[in-house]
Design a protein around this ligand. Sequence first.
Ligand code: UDP
Length: 235
Amino acid sequence: MQYKRILLKLSGESLMGEQGYGIDAQRLNDYAEQVAEIAAMGVQIGIVIGGGNIFRGLSGASKGFDRYKGDQMGMLATVINALALASALNAIGTKARVLTAIRMEPVGEYYSKPRAMEALNAGEVVILAGGTGNPYFTTDTGSALRGIEIEADVMLKGTRVDGVYTADPEKDPTATRFDKISFDEVYTRGLKIMDLTATAMCKENKLPVLVFNMDVKGNLKKVLSGDKIGTLVHT
Ligand code: UDP
């Protein structure tokens, strides 16, 4: 197995599938099945899920909402997605536990590293909801933070593109994909993989990030099996 313990980042936006909003049941189940498959292989899995399919603080602010409250709404949106994913995993027989960055028992247990480690060591999928628990952050930063805390071997950033390109492949047909790239080069080339806070945290704490297409079923297993897919971003 390529990695023993992973932090998987799923974007909220991907969860809405072809619909314009909310949770697409098919996409949710596809994700749950992919996660269940690698859980059965014995991989320890922490998952951070975004909330952009429901609410984003910044876009709320652009419509006149208070940013602080908007970000709290965004964090709650990630909790909704986390509950949906936990429920989909449980339905196919995979144990999953939701830990929240903001206290809200009984919706989820309050996050602490020992609690997360205990669940990971017991073979449960741990869904880390509520981002960092603070406004002005993103779930990418939440993933970096939790990935470092749980001492994950890698952050797997599941997206709808198959890696990092020299330019946006949807706009520039000559764009080529990197197999590997350093955090510094990502910065100097101005490539947008994650926000700068998340990138800096991963770089400083030497947490590599593998960007891959999570929307192709079986890809998550391929990553764990050591197949060369996606782009590895390293220190
Ligand atoms: N958010 C926040 N603090 C965090 C993580 C998230 O305030 O630590 C809020 C923020 O408003 C963000 C929203 O939650 O817009 C949804 O998260 P994100 O945009 O990262 O989700 P994704 O883009 O992955 O769907």
